[in-house]
Design a protein around this ligand. Structure first.
Ligand code: UD1
Ligand code: CA
Length: 461
C-alpha cells in the first residue's frame, strides 16, 4: 500500500499543573530526553513529512526545544487552552495546506511506537476516514471511552465526565492518537462545540461529526503501556521504568551482557556494541557510545553530554571501566585503556592502552598511548577564571600523588616522581621530573627529643 504524505500535529500546550513544576510538563526528561523530544522523534520514525507543534503562550522554552529537535517544524500557538479540538485548530493553516494524512499526537505520551502509528493509518484502509487508537485500560477512570455498536462500528468517544453509568463500565479507552484522511478535517474541527462537562472543545467529538458526514470511522488498539499519558511525576517514573525495560532488552538482544539489567540505566541514544559486559548499578546519560568488548564494572556513572560539552562519552573497543568510575562529558577512552576505581575523566582523550587505575582526576587533557597515571594524580585545570590543558605524552609515567598544574605538558616517555607539583615549565620527553622538598633523616632524634621533654616537665614541678 502506498502511504499518503503525513502531517503530524503534536499537542504540547498544556501546562501540566499536576507536575507541580516551574518547567512545562513536556520538557520533563524521560531517558535523558524531553517528553516533547520523544514525541518529535516518534513523528519522524512514523514517517512524518510535515510536523506542527502546538504550544501555549509564554512557552518560549517549549518552542526552543521543538526547534532543537525539528528545525523545520511549524510552531503554532494556542492562545487559550480551550480543549484538544481547539488546540488542533491552532494549526489550521498548516492542515489546510496539507494533502494527505493528518495524525494528532499528545506530547505527554512518550512510549508510543512508530509501528503502532503505522498500524493505525493502515486501519484507515484505502478510503478516506478517521481512525482512533484505543486500548483496554485496567482502570478506565478519567479516560474517554470508545463506544462501539453491536456490529463493531465505532459510534462515538465519550469523555469520562460526560459518560453515563453504563458508558463508564466500558474499558476500551481513547489513547488520544487520531489519524485523519479527509480534506474536511478543518470543517469537522470547526463544527465541534463545547456543550459538555468541562466546556471544552473536545477532539473526540470529531468521531460523531465524521459519521454524520458519512466518513468511515475505525479503531485500532495497542497495549496500555504504549499510551501511558504523563500527568504527574509518579506517572513519569512509571513511564521511565517501562522505557528502561524495553531499552535493556534491546541492548541484550543486540549482544551485550547486563548482569543485573534492572540496575542499569540507559538513555534514549545509548549505543552499546557486542560482547560488552555491564555489571550492576551503572548509569548512562545521553551521548554515550560503548564499543565492542568493553567491560563496565559495578557502580559507574557515564554522564555523556551536558550544556557546555557536546561531544559525549566514547569508550573504545576492549577498554575497562570501574568499578566506581565517573566519565563526564568529552571523555574519550582509548582502545584497551583502563580506568579504575574513583577516577574521574572530563573532556579528556586517553589513547590506546593508557591507564589511570585508581583515585585520579583527569580533566581538559590528552593522554598518549600506554601512559600510566598513578594513584592520586590531579590535573589542576582550573585557576578560578579559566581552564587550562594538560598534555601527557605517550608512554609517560606519572608518579602517585602528582599535581599537574595546567597549562603544562609532560613529554613522551618522561617520568614524574611521586608527590610532585608540576607547573610552569614543561617536562622534556624522556626526562625525570621530581618536585619535592629535600629529604632529611636525623638518626636518634626521637630519643634525644623525648629526654629533653621529660627533663623540662620535671623542672616545672
Ligand atoms: C484526553 C482525551 C481522552 C483520552 C485521554 C488519553 C480529549 C477531549 N480527551 O483526555 O479521550 O482518553 O486524553 O490520555 O481529547 N492540550 C492542548 N490544549 C488544550 C487541551 C489539551 O494542547 O486546550 C494538550 C495537552 O497538553 C495534552 C493533550 O492535549 O498533551 C491532552 O489533553 P488533556 O487535558 O490531558 O486531556 P485528557 O483529559 O487527558
Ligand atoms: Ca492527559
Amino acid at each position: 500500500m502506498t502511504m499518503q504524505p503525513l502531517l503530524v500535529v503534536i499537542l504540547a500546550a498544556g501546562k501540566g499543573t499536576r507536575m507541580k513544576s516551574a518547567m512545562p510538563k513536556v520538557l520533563h526528561p524521560l531517558a535523558g530526553r524531553s517528553l516533547l523530544g520523544h514525541a518529535i522523534a516518534l513523528s519522524k520514525d512514523a514517517g512524518a513529512t510535515r510536523l506542527a507543534v502546538v504550544v501555549g503562550p509564554d512557552m518560549a522554552q517549549v518552542e526552543t526545544e521543538a526547534r532543537r529537535h525539528a528545525p523545520d517544524a511549524s510552531i503554532v500557538v494556542q492562545h487559550q487552552q480551550l480543549g484538544t479540538a481547539n488546540a488542533v485548530l491552532a494549526a489550521r493553516e498548516v492542515i489546510a495546506s496539507h494533502s494527505g494524512d493528518v495524525c494528532v499526537l499528545f506530547a505527554d505520551t512518550p512510549l508510543l511506537t512508530a509501528g503502532t502509528v503505522h498500524h493505525l493509518r493502515q486501519s484507515l484502509g484505502q478510503a478516506s476516514g478517521v481512525a482512533v487508537l484505543g486500548f483496554h485500560a485496567a482502570d478506565p477512570t478519567g479516560y474517554g471511552r470508545l463506544l462501539i455498536d453491536g456490529a463493531g462500528s465505532l459510534l462515538a468517544i465519550r469523555e469520562d465526565r460526560d459518560a453515563s453509568a453504563a458508558e463508564r463500565k466500558v474499558t476500551l479507552c481513547n489513547s488520544g492518537v487520531v489519524a485523519f484522511r479527509t480534506p474536511k478535517l478543518v470543517s469537522i474541527l470547526e463544527r465541534i462545540g463545547n456543550a459538555n462537562a468541562k466546556q471544552e472543545y473536545y477532539l473526540t467529538d470529531a468521531i460523531e461529526i465524521a459519521r454524520e458526514q458519512g466518513l468511515p470511522v475505525a479503531a485500532s488498539t495497542c497495549t496500555e503501556d504504549e499510551v501511558l499519558g504523563i500527568n504527574s511525576r509518579d506517572q513519569l517514573a512509571v513511564a521511565e521504568a517501562i522505557w528502561q525495560r524495553r531499552a535493556r532488552l534491546k541492548v541484550m538482544r543486540d549482544g551485550a551482557t547486563l548482569i543485573a539489567p534492572e540496575t542499569v540505566w540507559l538513555s534514549y541514544d545509548t549505543v552499546i556494541g557486542r560482547d560488552v559486559v555491564i555489571e550492576p548499578n551503572v548509569i548512562i546519560g545521553p551521548g554515550v557510545v560503548i564499543e565492542d568488548d568493553v567491560t563496565i564494572k559495578a557502580n559507574c556513572h557515564l554522564q555523556g553530554i551536558d550544556r557546555k560539552v557536546s561531544t559525549g562519552v566514547r569508550v573504545r573497543k576492549g577498554a575497562e571501566i570501574g568499578p566506581f568510575a565517573r566519565l563526564r562529558p568529552g571523555a574519550d577512552i582509548g582502545v584497551e585503556a583502563h580506568i579504575g576505581n574513583f577516577v574521574e575523566i572530563k573532556n579528556a582523550t586517553l589513547e590506546q592502552g593508557a591507564k589511570a587505575s585508581h583515585l585520579a582526576y583527569i580533566g581538559d587533557a590528552h593522554v598518549g598511548a600506554d601512559a600510566n597515571i598513578g594513584a592520586g594524580t590531579i590535573t589542576c585545570n582550573y585557576d578560578g577564571f579559566s581552564k587550562g590543558h594538560t598534555e601527557i605524552g605517550a608512554g609517560a609515567f606519572i608518579g602517585s600523588n602528582t599535581a599537574l598544574v595546567a597549562p603544562v605538558a609532560v613529554g613522551s616517555g618522561a617520568y614524574v616522581g611521586a608527590g610532585s607539583v608540576v607547573s610552569g615549565r614543561d617536562v622534556e620527553a624522556g626526562a625525570l621530573s621530581v618536585v619535592r622538598g629535600e629529604r632529611r633523616d636525623i638518626p636518634g632524634w626521637v630519643a634525644k627529643s623525648r629526654a629533653a621533654m621529660v627533663k623540662r616537665s620535671a623542672e616545672k614541678k
